[in-house]
Design a protein around this ligand. Structure first.
Ligand SMILES: *Cc1c(COP(=O)(O)O)cnc(C)c1O
Length: 355
């Protein structure tokens, strides 16, 4: 059945091993982030068998619910919604937090269930997504949170290179470390985790610039695509094609390259511009924007070019390919992060695992 997302488990395991080796050298624990592939249970259970993962993390409680059989602590990355606090206590071991009101609700719910819920405090170092921004506000809230009996503050974390594209640096991460020191010494908190970011923090390891008290990183993309995400450099010993999308040709015809007739708007309300390349061999694939982020797929046959897509059709120029394609043939694509994310989410894309 096509379109098909082919997931190569041995390649993912190799990627995980390479990242784990990198982190172990620096005594960093590894949080594996599973949200990009909808926390697919088979992938996660296979990767868990390597014994290289210290924590499993996702942004959604419903994804973490799937991992109940896996004996690795589960972290909720996204600041919890007050409306999901009950499930949070049941299915999540550690949650990232930045709002006192929410933490208070977690405390109440944890008390009802006779549990202690562990939290990590998020600090915003300038990327301007989640986290306490002003130190004064942070420490005032810590005072209040400390009084909540069913809450245990176990760590500090920051997230960078997401909204604001701010790079991690020795300077901004040292600030996280100094806040953690203050929480240990002045606030007598048992801070076990200082989590210094995501796949964009990996380059600091090679440069020897990751502050040494940082003891955890949360890695999603680097395991999937074998690259750090600050500059996009490949990590040794990894693969970039553990995920491949395979699509079927439904039409294959020679046509001109510029549409004929008076031009209005395309399927998405845009006015496209065309370059006249003369006649082309154009193949239509049975996949479209409903299934995958077209801008995040890359033909394995580099002589093929994607020239456009609507909701259910993708048009590729196969004029220069060495292979003579016919209707029914399959064309393979590597995927970027949003390609993996969208294809994993579409109910129209079938998953196949290679073991
Ligand atoms: C998504 C996410 C990560 C993982 O990011 P990658 O770039 O995929 O490594 C880590 N931390 C938080 C808070 C996230 O939301």
């Amino acid at each position: 059945m096509y379109p098909k997302l082919e997931i190569n488990i041995p390649k993912l395991k190799e990627n995980l091993k390479a990242i784990s080796t990198l982190l172990k050298k620096e005594n960093l624990s590894l949080t594996m982030v599973t949200k990009a592939y909808c926390a697919d249970e088979y992938i996660v259970s296979e990767l868990s068998k390597t014994g290289l993962i210290d924590y499993l993390a996702d942004s959604r409680v419903e994804n973490l619910k799937n991992f109940q059989k896996i004996n690795i602590p589960k972290i909720l990355l996204r600041i919890p919604m007050i409306s999901e606090v009950s499930d949070l206590i049941d299915y999540v071991d550690i949650s990232f937090n930045s709002e006192y009101e929410t933490i208070k609700k977690i405390n109440e719910e944890a008390k009802k269930k006779d549990k202690v819920h562990r939290i990590v405090i998020m600090v915003d170092l300038g990327d301007l997504r989640e986290g306490f921004f002003e130190e004064k506000d942070l420490f005032e809230n810590i005072e209040k949170i400390k009084k909540l009996e069913n809450i245990n503050i176990i760590g500090l974390a920051t997230n960078l290179t997401c909204y604001g594209a701010v790079l991690p640096s020795e300077e901004n991460l040292s600030k996280l470390v100094s806040i953690a020191e203050k929480l240990k010494l002045e606030y007598k908190l048992n801070i076990q985790m200082i989590s210094g970011g995501n796949s964009s923090s990996l380059f600091l390891i090679n440069q020897g610039k990751l502050p040494k008290n940082i003891n955890n990183l949360r890695i999603g993309e680097a395991i999937l695509l074998g690259r750090e995400t600050a500059y996009g450099s490949k990590i040794d010993g990894t693969y970039d094609d553990a995920f491949k999308l395979i699509c079927e040709i439904v039409e294959n015809k020679k046509k001109v390259s510029v549409p004929i007739g008076e031009q209005g708007m395309d399927a998405f309300g845009n006015k496209p511009v065309f370059v006249d390349k003369g006649f082309m061999q154009r193949a239509i694939l049975g996949i479209g924007r409903q299934d995958v982020a077209i801008d995040s797929m890359y033909p394995v046959d580099e002589l093929i070019e994607i020239i456009g897509a609507s909701s259910d059709h993708t048009i590729v120029d196969i004029t220069n390919s060495q292979k003579k394609y016919v209707v029914g043939d399959k064309i393979e694509f590597k995927l970027g992060y949003s390609g993996i994310m969208s294809a994993s989410t579409s109910k129209y894309v079938k998953k196949q695992y290679l073991d």
